[in-house]
Design a protein around this ligand. Structure first.
Ligand SMILES: Cc1cc2nc3c(=O)[nH]c(=O)nc-3n(C[C@H](O)[C@H](O)[C@H](O)COP(=O)(O)O)c2cc1C
Length: 255
């Protein structure tokens, strides 16, 4: 935001009159100052964490870690402890957000029975879609058929769901700049979860159902003024991938 004028031979860095009003608390002033001259007092007095040392994670290792992530569709019937979920979310809060707004909130469905109930309500909605003339009807029929054979194609038997929520009014006031924030935050979630041995799967079907069937929202009893903006299943994976599946080469246009 150009709030701080840099130092020169004769003067210290300074903030122009009134410019503090446009500060969005990104903390870069303190993070990048080589001599630690600035302390951003609005964020409390907790000591800073040091940044990771250069080269601590090689590009090869990071690449392998990211490429090894898979959508997990079979889970062990074991619950992830609250403390582990909190540790993951402690990392996730560092995900970038439009204007450093940090507006993504979380609803963790920890009780596997509630997860199952949500899957059942979603499949009820799929049954209606299957009978409709909507473009999703044939996909919905296939899902219903699989469900009726005992295959949980909605929540994949995951013990937990994490729902990204946002405050409706704040979303309206920030506009498009924050629309990607929940996706970025959940992407952080799935990457961080992997480091704790936890598998994840985006819950696209559940997300669409929750946005179209009011009974699911009533059942979830969201905090006041919040709406679901994305959803992810998680738990301990039953199986581990042995290889990294092949993917298309990147489609890049250079100028
Ligand atoms: C936005 C989004 C929604 C998704 N929704 C579902 C879903 O509802 N059910 C499911 O089993 N997988 C879902 N997936 C997982 C994709 O199918 C998966 O990412 C893709 O097949 C690639 O596999 P990988 O994640 O193991 O690399 C979703 C993925 C994304 C990004």
């Amino acid at each position: 935001m150009g709030i701080i004028d840099p130092a020169d031979e004769v003067q210290l860095p300074r903030v122009h009159e009134g410019m503090d009003a446009v500060c969005f608390s990104c903390g870069h002033c303190e993070a990048f100052c080589p001599s630690g001259a600035l302390t951003f007092t609005d964020m409390g007095s907790k000591a800073h964490e040091s940044v990771i040392s250069k080269g601590a994670i090689s590009p090869e290792n990071l690449g392998l870690f990211l490429k090894s992530r898979r959508s997990i569709r079979t889970y062990k019937p074991i619950e992830v402890p609250h403390a582990t979920i909190e540790s993951i979310l402690d990392i996730v809060r560092y995900a970038p957000s439009g204007g450093n707004s940090q507006l993504v909130e979380w609803l963790v469905i920890h009780d596997p029975r509630v997860v199952r109930e949500i899957a059942e309500q979603t499949i009820d909605w799929e049954r209606e879609v299957a009978k409709s003339s909507l473009p999703m009807a044939s996909m919905a029929s296939a899902m219903v058929a699989a469900w009726d054979k005992g295959n949980d194609v909605i929540c994949r038997g995951a013990p937990h769901i994490i729902l990204a929520l946002m405050d409706e009014d704040k979303v309206m006031s920030m506009g498009d700049v924050i629309m990607g924030d929940p996706i970025i935050a959940l992407t952080y979630f799935e990457i961080a979860a992997q480091a704790f041995g936890i598998g994840t799967c985006w819950a696209g079907v559940l997300l669409i159902a929750s946005q179209n069937r009011s009974s699911i929202l009533e059942y979830l009893n969201l905090p006041e003024g919040r709406r679901i903006v994305n959803a992810m299943l998680f738990g301990y994976p039953q199986y581990a991938p042995q290889f990294i599946p092949r993917r298309n080469p990147p489609h890049v246009t250079w100028r």
